[in-house]
Design a protein around this ligand. Sequence first.
Ligand code: 9Z3
Length: 319
Amino acid sequence: MDSRNGSEVESFFESAPSLKNANIVSQKLKEFIDRNSRSSESGGPIRVVCVTSGGTTVPLEQRCVRYIDNFASGYRGAASTEYFVKAGYAVIFLHRLGSCQPYCKYLLEESFLDLFELAEEDKIEVCQSHGAEVKKAIREYHAAVDEGQLFRLPFTTIFEYLQLLKLVATSMSPLGSCGMFYLAAAVSDFYVPWQSMAEHKIQSASGPLDIRLTQTPKMLSVLRKDWAPFAFCISFKLETDPDILLQKANAAMNKYHMHIVVANLLATYKQEVIVVTKEGKASIRKHGEHDDVEEQLVNLLVEKHSEYLEKPETSLNGA
Ligand code: 9Z3
């Protein structure tokens, strides 16, 4: 990490409003990781993945009325969580509050109330048309929770997200290479530092508004170097211009020492992603109407993680 980024990272965390319930979250995280890091039935260590999902907000006022948001529904993170659980991973689902949740993907298009109807004696029943998918979702969701494979952690602002990511990463550090980060959340590149933010609602009577946004410090390199130096790290690169996508993905891989960067374009991200590694690139495409790219993507990443576990790496900070 260069020293300028280092001091920006420090001042970000020093000036950010402190996390609510940080001690409780930290204790619960520790319990979840301890439980899952004990040997599995097959004798092998259990793998734990932190899936980040949804977009961060950038508040413009401390008593926030207005904010800037990042594009992301949370579908990718929610769907991928399901596939990681299926592959035997324990998942820390760090998600934007109110975004798409695992096992509830269909709720994105449907109103919750469309799933139910009133039956005799005012009993509530699931509509016949949705019966099969709701039953499957309930079974899978409860299995994941009962087996202790799913831990959900919500965020809204960039301040909450980065503090939680640091907490999760440092808690996962003892897992070494069994830990994985799947960073699908859309994280704002710019923010208003807390100390230079208006306290109260900005008044329109003062005329047009000029806002100066500061660059968010680059946390990926800190994650790799200091927070969880042996974990397997996958970040996502979202662009709108196809001509720069791969070049930006490669640059992110080299600059932040990611093991894999998943490149996608806003116009086609639901149909295609490109998995970029040091060895080359592979495209993953959606086949039919009822499947998604996340299943193939997660299967490939699980394979890559297994290969990584076979040849452990020396850490970037020389430890
Ligand atoms: C992604 O590129 C994700 O694939 C999407 C998923 C946000 C497009 P949805 O939640 O969408 O299924 O609706 N995420 C990363 C976006 C991002 O902010 N990446 C940063 C960048 O591109 C690097 S961390 O610079």
